[in-house]
Design a protein around this ligand. Structure first.
Ligand code: HEC
Length: 98
């Protein structure tokens, strides 16, 4: 019986890891790149909360391109040292914040 429960618990955590993979990748990267020193998802720190950024750009189809350019070229934001793929992950994660 105990073994059965362990098997079920292991299977359950695998399913969950799959489900939140994209959000985790964004959050981990934001931490690794130091974004979270100035930003948080839900509250204003040095920079705006990502959920406020997401709200501000809601319905703006150029949002991802605008923000990626801002971070990449350091226009209106400090320049971020990250690859294009990393910036894409970060921006998409920030824009999906709730
Ligand atoms: C040294 C502090 C600092 C760090 C580190 C930092 N930011 Fe910011 N960020 C700010 C401030 C201040 C603002 C608000 C002013 C502005 O838009 O530049 C901001 C604004 C933003 C915005 C909203 C821009 C807009 O047009 O509304 C996004 C998105 C963002 N940051 C993403 C990031 C990401 C992703 C990282 C990490 C790769 C990061 N920031 C790291 C300080 C920081």
């Amino acid at each position: 019986m105990k073994t059965m429960l362990l098997v079920l618990a292991a299977a359950g955590s695998m399913v969950m890891a799959g489900g939140v993979g994209a959000a985790d990748a964004g959050a981990d990267l934001a931490k690794a790149k130091g974004c979270l020193n100035c930003h948080a998802v839900a509250e204003k720190k040095v920079g705006p909360a990502y959920k406020d950024v997401a709200a501000k750009y809601k319905g703006n189809k150029d949002a991802a391109a605008t923000l990626t350019a801002k971070l990449k070229d350091g226009k209106g934001h400090m320049k971020i040292a990250a690859s294009d793929a990393e910036l894409k992950t970060l921006v998409q994660w920030a824009l999906s914040a709730k």
